[in-house]
Design a protein around this ligand. Structure first.
Ligand SMILES: Nc1ncnc2c1ncn2[C@@H]1O[C@H](COP(=O)(O)OP(=O)(O)OP(=O)(O)O)[C@@H](O)[C@H]1O
Length: 231
């Protein structure tokens, strides 16, 4: 864990992004840009593509059209570098029930940053008020505790780009405020955040992407080219 500014932060942008899942075009012609210190709030009804866009941004899902850039360079040319600078926290809790909290968070910290030390894990858990759960197995955690453990991975392996899918689900109001504060600190250090939510999360000055602005009809003109690109 560090309080230092992110020297490797740079503008993260997407141009002309489209996403097909199953047989459906989820979104198309989507542009975004995110400078160091900025945040994007993803809004839209169930199924409008918030999770899909976050997975595209994380490099976990190939866009059917368009491209991502980091500091102007195509992300697709160096996916490993993108993996190193981004932290994707999905809305499913990635917690192994038989491992302790220390082992769960330590695994990710080690994988992402090569650290994984107990001291680092402990500091990350303390920020979420759950340092006392260090030796508790994952299967004993409540839904909100699981969420906090998941989010503590962000602090156990610092990186400039946080991609957060409904991060406040199951959290009590006090912990939502903690998350808001940690996001503000992350942005103050030049970090960037993209966050999907169905609830109120305070992200001062965030850009808003309404996902339903990017839905397209099934006869969308770019469909053939997009399907060909994916095949
Ligand atoms: N693995 C998958 N295979 C096929 N289709 C999928 C898959 N995952 C999602 N979809 C479809 O993609 C569309 C967008 O889903 P996505 O999860 O991105 O929406 P969302 O806005 O995050 O929804 P929610 O608010 O319910 O979390 C939906 O129509 C969904 O059925």
């Amino acid at each position: 864990m560090t309080d230092q500014a992110f020297d490797d932060a740079a503008e993260f942008a997407g141009r002309g992004l489209a996403c097909i899942r199953g047989e459906r075009i989820v979104f198309a012609d989507l542009d975004f840009s995110l400078a160091p210190g900025e945040a994007i709030l993803l809004l839209g009804p169930n199924g409008s593509g918030k999770s899909s866009l976050l997975r595209v941004m994380a490099g976990l899902l190939r866009p059917a059209a368009g491209a991502l850039t980091w500091g102007g360079a195509p992300v697709a040319e160096d996916p490993e570098a993108h993996g190193g600078r981004s932290r994707y926290i999905g809305h499913h809790d990635a917690i192994k029930p038989v491992l302790t909290v220390r082992e769960n968070v330590g695994f990710w910290s080690s994988l992402w940053s090569g650290d994984g030390s107990t001291a680092t894990v402990q500091r990350a858990l303390a920020a979420f008020g759950i340092a006392h759960l260090l030796d508790v197995p994952g299967r004993w955690l409540s839904a909100g505790q699981k969420r906090r453990v998941n989010l503590s991975r962000l602090l156990a392996a610092p990186a400039p780009l946080w991609l957060l899918d409904e991060p406040t689900t199951a959290l009590d109001r006090a912990t939502v405020a903690v998350v808001e504060g940690l996001i503000a600190e992350h942005r103050a250090r030049g970090g960037m955040v993209v966050l999907s939510t169905h609830t109120d999360v305070a992200l001062p000055g965030a850009k808003v992407l309404q996902m339903d602005d990017f839905t397209v009809p099934m006869d969308w003109a770019g469909l053939d080219a997009a399907e060909e690109a994916l095949s």
